[in-house]
Design a protein around this ligand. Sequence first.
Ligand code: WT7
Length: 634
Amino acid sequence: MSTLKINSLKAYRKAYQESIKDPEAFWSRQAETFVWKKKWKKTLDWDFQKPDVKWFIGGKLNITENCLDRHLAERGGETALIWEPNDPSQKFKTYTYQALYEAVCQCANALKANGVKKGDRICFYMPMVPELTIGILACARIGAIHSVVFAGFSATALADRIKDASCSMVICSDYNARGAKNIPVKAVVDEALKMGCKSVKTVLVHQNTGEKVRWKKSRDKWWHEELSRRRKTCKATAMDAEDVLFILYTSGSTGKPKGVVHTCGGYMVYTCFSFQNVFQYEQGDVYWCTADIGWITGHSYIVYGPLLAGATTIMSEGVPTYPDAGRFWHICEKHKVNQFYTAPTAIRALMAQGDHWPTHYDLSELKVLGTVGEPINEEAWHWYNEKIGKGKCPIVDTWWQTETGGIMIAGLGDISPIKPTYAGLPLPGIQACLVDAEGNEITGNDQEGLLCIKFPWPSMIRTTYGDHERCRNVYFSAFEDKYFTGDGARRDKDGLYRIIGRVDDVINVSGHRMGTAEVENAINEHPEVIESAVVGYPHEIKGQGIYAYVIVNAAVKDEDRFRKEVLKVVTREIGPIAKPDRIQLVSGLPKTRSGKIMRRILRKIASGDTKNLGDISTLLNPEVVEAVKKGALA
Ligand code: WT7
């Protein structure tokens, strides 16, 4: 049984209408296609003011029974997971559904033997190896909550996340082979655990490259030793539909990243439904999403969505340009990839390497191309369409967020209308709308506004871990009875949405979401910094670059030395992905009379637009604007 497969524009319109007229009936029908241990009593309860959203109330299930067990009879011998290593001369690995099931059960038994119980939080800090997929599914099997931290984050950032969720175990690798680099992953965990992560009792270490690591006998255990000889079956824990499945940290407009909480039932139903329809996946297809499981894209569309749908999903360890810029296309050819899903930043980076790379490979199996994470510019869209899709593959530009759990606005394969740089129409069940600054809904088409969702959908955020008030504040307090996305959007005459970008202090650098306050806090850790302001500016490859304005004290004589140190501090506090591209030393920052930094002006200057700064006469210190303009870096 499978969730509804929409195969025509007419069917989409019909499904959309039904999902709006009677959302409970619509989602109830989708949910019935899964294996439940106990059926739900009520489909939905909601109150956006609190917020309190519950789907499939009283239902009991285990998501891994739906990802694995239920496929065994029919396609136990078919490939569930293909792992493509960083080094192309190394052989790839495959797991059939049966093999993946056994590996997950073995790992689940090992976790249980190490004291892991339902509700415990387990942190993953791992490169893209199959053990990461196995590990998170093993958590889900026994009701432990996984919190995956992207392995590019620093020890400090990792420690913050471990502490926020009071994780009892960290699962990591020894090293991470990434391009030509070999990154000492376990050493970062060691460092993080020195920063007061008292809740951590065990570190489970997967041997990836096999090089030497430091060992703390009372705490560290080898994955292979803990898993060996464990039974290959493990009873799946019955989870309430609203029990927490995972926490995933993401950046917001305030300094501290927040733990977005997703729950079992609704997330399962929606990721499967959206996966099948957006990618028009057909049994036997090979699907590849290039994201990292450290982000929501990897959770929903490498692991859960595809496995729920019984698909063959590829996870790749490497980077797009190693050993050369043909790597993606080589993998597509090798595994006869049918659906390929990546980020605009990767497309732009590969486009810059020249048109010849894709021509060396056979890409004729491709059916659907996807993009995610940031707006795609027209040039990259056309390159993707022509050079990769050869003009015959629809491009699904998928707009969604960590908080939405699944794709919200996107084309459905070649079924719904596609227009370059437009994400398109909302998926069934997604009541997207635009509002003006006062919160009035903008009803007509051919309009621009703030993007909101006015009705719950199954995979939506339930809370921010340990701080429900923050969840209310950030997403549900701006506009009454609406979930506010933080994005601005335009709706064209046909109702298609185009995402313009964030309207809050969040920037999007190479598809990575970052809070400007977070970067400022990191910069401010430098002892010579008095104050800083960070904004995004248009960047050819990254989409947005990071521009930092910094006021320093008199101790700074050598600006180059200072800049290098700032990069180091940011790398230490957050990770290399947050390193500013430009650092301008300034004597003052433009402020309002109430002392707030006028980022609007700083954004303009950073983007090279120094002419139209608007009215600056109301500033507390209009004189600094001239100086900032003069020193602007291009
Ligand atoms: C923000 C969410 C969910 C996937 C990965 C990012 C931006 C996401 C698109 C798109 C334009 C997009 C938005 C959104 N974004 N997809 N197709 N077109 N912008 O998840 O880290 O939670 O970031 O990414 O600004 O709010 P995330």
